[in-house]
Design a protein around this ligand. Sequence first.
Ligand SMILES: [Zn+2]
Length: 56
Amino acid sequence: MKTRTRARACTGKVRHPDRATALVARARLIAGGATRLTVYRCKHCAAWHVGHYGPR
Ligand SMILES: [Zn+2]
């Protein structure tokens, strides 16, 4: 289904066209000291985002 709903889930997130690109971005963030990062396909915009996982 396609809607025009503005998804807060991905507002302000970087959109990557594919998984490989997202993984490169994730590796860069990890190199900068970030942890608990994962990449996932966004169900709202169909792009790939880098997100967080694990306990907050
Ligand atoms: Zn998104």
